[in-house]
Design a protein around this ligand. Structure first.
Ligand code: ADP
Ligand code: MG
Length: 374
């Protein structure tokens, strides 16, 4: 088995990068997974996407691995470019772990993702997308509200000032997002209550790993209970030490089932695949709201997903192997119907193939459509 681990190495690219720590984390995940997968009979090649250079495409075309573990969360320190990577892998005809470009793109267009959730009846807080400050006139959402960049993840741009209680603070928070991130802001109803994460693994079937929860410490007694960028990434900061993630123990089995069902529906609404994490806020009355869908979520051994897998009895090596297995199974079909013997081609399951393979799909389609037009 030959595996390439594709990851972005762009955390030192910008002098003033509001997402530097999150990007640096990807490099560590790549090393951890390479180590976890190293065993006899498996060749693992880490391949970095450096800045906006496309050398990695040639490297992968030459290596032609059996599978690419796609950890790319940005290209050239721009989160919005992460969608490019699965497109290129599709063109190369290489199977990869995690979600397609469509899913990654939807998750990074929070307004579109929320429209899909709404259309499917999955609860998500009321919201508006704000492209310019004038859009705030006539906004009909009740305070308190939270303001986030519409095209980022990893809590980028989230500070205690993101939660606002009056029009002046709202305007200020929106102006800051527009200026810093050069993208629209999402203004969303603030949901008080617990913050619970549902890690999902596999396709058919898809399983929920044990739920985790953010335990807001005393620092948050006099400020909104949210996971800010510092709280998520700046180890040693008071916000970080006051937002540990812990196993979520729910006495109410019906509530737990409801949270899992909501998370599964949200992930399916975006056509997520292989693994991901759906983040919920749950009101004191027990009403869940989906606030964030994270396809290709953080796989660091100390992050929530790996910890949840561990509490389900899957250590990091087992999790790494499972990720490879679910991606190969989705691409080629379940291994049991395969004939035995090395070199025997696996049966592709056409419904689960990536969009293109080996370029043939694209050429074939072009020819057909030309023929149809003639
Ligand atoms: N509607 C909301 N109500 C309450 N808290 C929220 C809401 N939306 C976001 N938050 C808080 O802000 C954090 C980051 O928001 P999130 O939507 O997860 O953005 P990102 O995609 O950057 O991770 C969440 O972990 C949560 O603590
Ligand atoms: Mg989030």
């Amino acid at each position: 088995m030959h595996i390439a681990i594709l990851y972005n190495r762009d955390h030192e690219q910008l002098e003033d990068d509001p997402g530097r720590e999150a990007r640096a984390d990807v490099t560590r995940v790549a090393s951890a997974l390479a180590e976890a997968l190293a065993q006899e009979g498996t060749r693992v090649d880490p391949v970095a996407v450096e800045g906006s250079r496309l050398e990695f495409v040639d490297v992968l075309a030459r290596l032609r691995p059996d599978l690419v573990i796609n950890l790319c969360e940005s290209v050239a320190a721009d989160s919005r470019a992460e969608t490019v990577v699965p497109c290129l892998l599709d063109m190369l005809g290489l199977p990869y772990t995690g979600s397609s470009a469509l899913t990654l793109g939807l998750a990074l267009h929070k307004d579109k993702a929320k429209e899909l959730l709404r259309a499917r009846g999955v609860p998500t807080p009321g919201f508006a997308r704000v492209d310019r400050l004038e859009d705030l006139e006539g906004l009909e959402l009740p305070f308190p509200l939270i303001v986030k960049p519409a095209r980022e993840d990893a809590s980028m741009g989230i500070t205690r000032d993101s939660v606002v209680h009056d029009p002046a603070a709202l305007r200020q928070a929106v102006a800051l997002v527009l200026k810093t991130f050069h993208q629209p802001a999402i203004v969303e109803q603030f949901i008080p209550g617990r913050e619970i994460y549902v890690p999902l693994l596999g396709n058919t079937p898809r399983q929920a790993l044990p739920l985790t929860e953010i335990r807001f410490g005393r620092l948050f007694d006099d400020r909104p209970n949210i996971v800010t960028y510092s709280g998520k990434w700046e180890t040693g900061s008071p916000e970080y030490t006051n937002t540990p993630s812990a196993p979520c123990l729910l006495e109410d089995a019906t509530l737990e089932a409801r949270l899992v069902k909501t998370a599964m529906e949200a992930f399916s609404a975006l056509d997520g695949q292989d693994y991901g994490r759906v983040d919920l806020r749950v009101t004191p009355e027990g009403m869940p709201y989906v606030i964030d869908i994270n396809p290709n979520c953080d796989l660091h051994p100390e992050a929530g997903f790996a910890k949840a897998a561990l509490s389900a009895g899957m250590d990091y090596r087992a999790l790494a192997r499972k990720l490879v297995e679910v991606a190969l199974e989705r691409t080629h079909g379940h291994p049991t119907p395969r004939r035995k013997g090395s070199g025997v081609a696996r049966l592709p399951d056409p419904s689960n193939r990536n969009v293109l393979h080996g370029g043939k799909g694209l050429r074939g389609r072009t020819r057909r459509s030309r023929a149809a037009a003639e």
